[in-house]
Design a protein around this ligand. Structure first.
Ligand SMILES: Cc1ncc(COP(=O)(O)O)c(C=O)c1O
Length: 587
């Protein structure tokens, strides 16, 4: 029986972890919060196994392999330990065993002493990981990415606690009289910690990966790390993280295939800054250019056009959110006498639509724009970090005639502060570069002082996860998004769609605003969306769908706001597949 539970649990989380040591509560806690994605025992102790397996694909990955004799799995506060029998030949055996459902089900119905397995060990309840400052064990190089328990739910504040975060409580006193009436900073911060944990644990609406652990970097918060000036030209200010910033830039340059010595880039404050920089370079290269971008483009692109006083055209979109290629083509043909600056969306904000870069390049060629007459910026805030890890996805890279790509660092990568990266062709940056004596560097970036912590956090995330860790995260998001779409369609009977190259699930806007607030959904008129990130688990989705159905039973479904509204576009057959039809407008 126990084995069946284990199998069901493990299959649900699609992972296990393996260790030669008995699992302690803190390790269980970390691994459980992670959905058991792998675990290390401390270095120098008994030998260990380190495994990540994907039950849906019948695969087992090993990141570390030595001799070991125990096999642990944990979930929901309990841990089970399996002895690995003599003659066990290693991971391929384990993989076979995991794959072999029947073997598990029959062999594990009896407990200890069974020829080929298994002893089950009950562990103590999981404690709160964040508040357990004495956490034991060494974080795995790729698996323990959960600083605060992202995978579990955390309770809301009580009414009493909420009062400690009201403006009258957090106000900054001007005199002793005012000081006596407010809670202490410690009291306020304790409640704030609880508040953030609760809000983070039921967050579904924005593309932020909240599954991370940067505890090793907390020490560095005490330094005023500032990368002022250009990343590649060291200033006189010595408290910087340029070496890490350059490593991050090199990583993205390689990811997006731009030859060495041909690129420039920097760690930005966010995707918006990357867009502002990309469009600035475009304008400097083509001062009389016209900016074209789809109507569903993030507002930062048209903001750049406004800031830089550029002519810009907002091109209508197709129902799934891509730019309308025919209208773009017509507009380009009409304005052939002026250079074209095109922002290509690698994942739009609301529907996660990816504009077809190759088709846009073909249009430019067919309409008669030579390479020196167009400039392409790719806004890949979320998806430029995901696309390279998806098999058979179209390639967005500098091997094609594009000029810059911007991505956010707090989205897919999971940095706990807004940040990002922009990469562009080196020759363009020369157009904005100015020597600043005071910096002993050059001014090439939008900002002056630049957050050196952000570069360090991005570097750490990339190093810890590595290519395989990022890929696992991306696969999780894509598969789990499909699960959410199916649950909403089949169980909740609500209109719901998902673009093929996206983990952004678009759904009719729930009627209950308190539900929208609880799950922090991003809404646009009559639709809402959930962005499935690594911290969005099936378990959380099940709870979400349950509450979605409850609010639907109580308040009904949202009718179309108007003809041609965002919700009405979800009925287009271009999405393919089946869906629950929306409620029509009265009359
Ligand atoms: C497509 C797109 N571009 C740009 C941005 C802006 O990114 P950031 O919030 O990092 O400034 C977003 C934010 O969600 C986005 O969805």
């Amino acid at each position: 029986m126990a084995s069946r539970i284990f199998l069901a649990e493990a299959r649900q989380t699609k992972s296990i972890f393996v260790s030669s040591q008995r699992v302690t509560a803190s390790k269980v806690n970390a691994a459980s919060a992670l959905n058991l994605r792998g675990f290390h025992t401390p270095a120098g102790t008994a030998a260990y196994w380190h495994v990540h397996c994907d039950f849906s694909r019948h695969r087992v990955h090993a990141t570390s392999k030595r001799d070991g004799n125990k096999f642990h799995s944990s979930r929901g506060g309990t841990s089970r330990s399996f002895s690995i029998e003599k003659g066990f030949r290693g991971l391929s055996d384990l993989a076979r065993r995991i794959d072999d459902e029947e073997h598990f089900e029959t062999a594990t119905d009896t407990n200890e002493g069974e020829e080929s397995t298994l002893a089950f060990v009950k562990e103590e309840a999981i404690q709160d990981y964040t508040s357990n400052k004495k956490k034991s064990g060494t974080p795995s190089p790729w698996a323990v990415f959960d600083a605060w328990g992202a995978s579990s739910f955390h309770p809301n504040l009580s009414a009493e606690e909420e009062k400690k975060l009201e403006p009258s409580a957090v106000m900054i006193p001007f005199n002793d009289g005012e000081t006596s009436g407010v809670p202490s900073e410690t009291e306020i911060l304790q409640v704030y910690d609880k508040h953030l944990k609760s809000r983070s644990s039921s967050h579904f609406g924005y593309p932020y990966n909240l599954n991370y652990n940067h505890e090793e970097l907390y020490e560095f918060m005490k330094y005023s790390i500032n990368n002022l000036g250009d990343p590649f030209v060291t200033s006189n200010y010595g408290v910087h993280s340029r070496q890490f910033e350059c490593a991050v830039i090199d990583f993205f340059a390689k990811l997006w295939k731009i030859p060495e010595d041909n690129y420039w880039g920097y760690v930005t404050t966010c995707g918006t800054e990357g867009n502002l920089h990309g469009i600035l370079l475009a304008r400097e290269c083509h001062p009389d250019g016209i900016l074209y971008s789809s109507r569903e483009t993030h507002y930062s692109i048209f903001k750049a056009a406004r800031y830089y006083r550029m002519d810009a055209k907002s091109i209508p979109t197709l129902p799934m959110g891509e730019i309308d290629y025919d209208i773009l083509s017509e507009e380009l043909a009409k304005n052939r006498d002026r250079p074209a600056i095109i922002n290509v969306n690698i994942g739009t904000t609301v529907k996660g639509a990816v504009d077809n870069l190759d088709r846009i390049l073909r249009i430019l060629k067919n309409v008669g724009y030579s390479r020196d007459r167009f400039h392409i910026h790719c806004d890949g805030a979320l998806f430029a970090m995901m696309m390279p890890f998806i098999e058979f996805a179209p390639e967005v890279s500098f091997e094609k005639p594009i000029d810059s790509i911007a991505v956010s660092g707090h989205k897919m990568l999971g940095c706990p502060m807004p940040c990002g990266v922009t990469i562009s062709r080196k020759e363009h940056v020369k157009k904005v570069e100015q020597r600043i004596d005071y910096l002993n560097s050059v001014d090439t970036t939008i900002m002056g002082s630049r957050n050196g912590q952000a570069a360090l956090y991005m570097w750490y995330s990339l190093r810890k996860k590595g290519i395989s860790g990022i890929k696992d995260d991306v696969i999780h998001c894509m598969e789990t998004a499909g699960y959410l779409r199916d649950q909403i369609t089949r169980k909740a009977g609500m209109t719901c769609r998902l673009n093929d190259l996206s983990s952004t699930v678009v759904v009719e806007r729930p009627m209950d605003d308190s539900f929208v607030k609880r799950w922090q959904l991003a809404c646009e008129e009559d639709i809402a969306h959930v962005v499935v990130m690594p911290n969005v688990t099936r378990e959380k989705i099940d709870q979400f769908v349950k509450e979605l159905i409850t609010q639907k039973d109580r308040y009904g479904r949202r009718p179309l706001a108007r003809k041609g509204s965002p919700l009405s576009q979800l009925t287009s057959s271009t999405w393919g597949g089946n869906y629950s039809a929306p409620v029509e407008l009265d009359g």
